[in-house]
Unconditional design. Structure first.
Length: 602
């Protein structure tokens, strides 16, 4: 039997004294852990003889008729159980629950911090696209805009000499937020002469992302244990580790979209609590819900919109998260109205919730995005800043000059991104991202691989050495997650479990759009934007494997917990094995080669 879905249940019938409905025998229905869509996934059916009658009163037709039934719950409590589930309502009931709910996520965050900050300043070289973003970041915090550098500026910059920075504007093709984040980290970390400072901000955001995912998983699955597992998987994943140790824009984007997702989860709970309270007042007064009550101003949704605006201000791919998350939160509102008995729930969900949500989220994200270009507006020497004045009568003439210049700049950026077809050894089709078919090699210095004799033995203890930074996800984690994606899609389509849709939302926003751009040069490391949802999807399916504690015999559940535990331990062990090639350790060539399980990884 499938899990129950109170979000998709028929609305409770309203009392009609003039035309009472004929009495029907109660029918057995499956009972999911948490009594609703917010409980943990339920794979079993209700125990024999257990039925759920109207009014959500659980009875057993074999019980002693002399035993009195429990009194029905008050309307507000019944609606809360319907909208949020018993497990979610019980998640923070005691101080101990709240304390443990923070301690375990913090523990895996500490582990993540160790993996990300250990020898963060090595190598003291601009790695891969750091050559663009780190120098642009320093230009931003110095001049307020990205300027051109002298020829071959990297050796001098790596030595702390920034005299190669000029004042002529540089043509850059990404918005400024991510570079501002990197630049502020450089200022806090000691300046441009420190590779640790180059990477400080990204490492902090990558570590905090683990904490957010652990807390998000706890709320999403109504389980501290499963939330901790999700955080642990992100803490030890290779792509997440590498992308937290290299100053690119993608990990900054990831931080903002994960934070926005968490804010929308908080908004979902707050809105449903508010809906339960207001709907209960109407029902208790004997009135019809009509379109349902208004839910008022939703500050967590406002926060999500601002965070998504910052994500778009880091990389334009944040637009897809805005679209997917916006539709998802409106769907959550519509199904909540259906669950409490609103007859025209779809119309109310679109007109009463959806229009306002669209205005708030799109409007605030757009305002935040434009505001993120503040230093560009303030810098008369910035690239294309004077385009409108220099090209009168061209472009979108009805816009003010500054915005007309910005719009023209964006058109040029779009042309660049859509037409980027420069061949690259490590370019990869997005179809292979989910199994890490062609990971990106960021660092493999020839001066290390060419060491020989005593120099090699001194460096790595062998006759030949290697030193690598390979943005390769933990293979066991990713291969299991690829299978978990299929399971989650089946659960979403067959059982319409909202949690399956939630964990898949990040993959829809962060992965599928890249298939539209498969003609251009793209890389597997772009998948860092949806890695948090990869681990959430795997965790969701692990929850299905374990099953609801109320419906399975302890022996069966114990073996499921052990099996999941073995898998998690295996993933952690594989991460320990691969860590040297994620963190640029100097190792024997044979050791490095033993990690190249597939020829496509070389």
């Amino acid at each position: 039997m499938p899990p129950t879905r109170d979000d998709d249940a028929a609305p409770p019938e309203q009392p009609d004294d003039a035309h009472p409905a004929p009495t029907e025998p109660a029918r057995p229905v499956p009972v999911g852990l948490g009594d609703g869509p917010d409980g943990a996934p339920a794979t079993g059916s209700a125990p024999t003889g257990v039925v759920l009658t109207k009014g959500a009163v659980l009875t057993d037709d074999r019980q002693d008729p002399d035993v009195a039934e429990e009194p029905p719950l008050p309307t507000r409590e019944r609606l809360l159980r319907t909208l949020l589930g018993a497990d979610r309502l019980a998640l923070d009931t005691t101080p101990r629950d709240r304390l443990v709910g923070w301690l375990w996520p913090l523990a895996v965050t500490v582990l993540a911090g160790v993996a990300r900050f250990w020898n963060l300043g090595h190598p003291h070289h601009l790695v891969f696209d750091e050559t663009y973003y780190v120098k642009d970041a320093w230009s931003l915090v110095t001049l307020g805009y990205e300027a051109q550098w002298s020829a071959e500026p990297n050796p001098a910059f790596e030595a702390g000499d920034t005299s190669g920075l000029g004042t002529v504007a540089s043509y850059v093709v990404h918005p400024p937020v991510g570079k501002w984040v990197i630049g502020l980290g450089m200022q806090l970390g000691g300046g441009p002469d420190s590779a640790f400072a180059w990477r400080l901000a990204v490492a902090v955001l990558g570590t905090l992302s683990v904490l957010m995912v652990a807390r998000i998983g706890r709320r999403l699955f109504a389980s501290t244990a499963l939330g901790t597992v999700a955080g642990l998987l992100l803490a030890v994943d290779g792509e997440a580790i590498v992308m937290s140790r290299i100053s690119l824009l993608d990990p900054v984007l990831t931080f903002f979209v994960v934070a926005a997702f968490g804010a929308l989860l908080l908004d979902r709970e707050q809105a449903r609590r508010r809906l339960a309270e207001r709907a209960a007042l109407v029902l208790d007064a004997g009135d019809d819900l009509g379109w349902g009550p208004r839910l008022g101003w939703r500050w967590w949704r406002v926060a999500a919109a601002v965070l998504l605006g910052l994500a778009i201000g880091t990389k334009w791919s944040g637009l897809y998260f805005l679209a997917v998350f916006g539709l998802m939160t409106v769907a959550w509102d519509a199904t909540a109205r259906r669950s409490v008995g609103v007859r025209h729930w779809a119309r109310a969900g679109v007109l009463r919730d959806g229009v306002l949500a669209g205005v708030v989220m799109v409007g605030l994200a757009a305002v935040t995005y434009v505001a993120s270009w503040g230093s560009w507006f303030a810098s008369s020497d910035a690239y294309h800043r004077q385009w409108a004045e220099q090209n009168p009568g061209q472009g979108v003439t009805w816009l003010p000059p500054a915005l007309r210049s910005l719009w023209q700049y964006h058109q040029d950026m779009w042309t660049f991104h859509n037409g980027l077809t420069t061949p690259h050894t490590y370019s990869a089709h997005p179809l292979g991202w989910i199994v890490q078919w062609r990971p990106t090699s960021f660092w493999y210095p020839t001066e290390v691989s060419e060491l020989s004799g005593d120099a090699a033995r001194q460096a790595c203890g062998a006759d030949r050495c290697s030193e690598a930074i390979t943005a390769l996800g933990n293979p066991v984690l990713w291969w299991c997650a690829a299978a978990a994606v299929i399971v989650a899609v089946v659960w979403l389509l067959r059982f319409r479990d909202w949690r399956a849709g939630a964990v898949l939302s990040g993959l829809v926003a962060g992965w599928l759009p890249w298939f539209l751009y498969a003609h251009r040069t793209i890389f597997t490391f772009y998948s860092i934007a949806f890695v948090p949802w990869v681990v959430l999807t795997l965790t969701y399916v692990l929850g299905l494997v374990i099953g609801p504690k109320d419906e399975l015999e302890w022996r069966q559940r114990r073996w499921a917990v052990r099996a999941v535990g073995v898998l998690v331990v295996l993933i952690v062990a594989v991460s320990a094995f691969f860590y040297p090639i994620w963190a640029a350790w100097t190792v024997p060539y044979g050791f490095w080669h033993s990690h190249m399980w597939l020829t496509s990884w070389i």
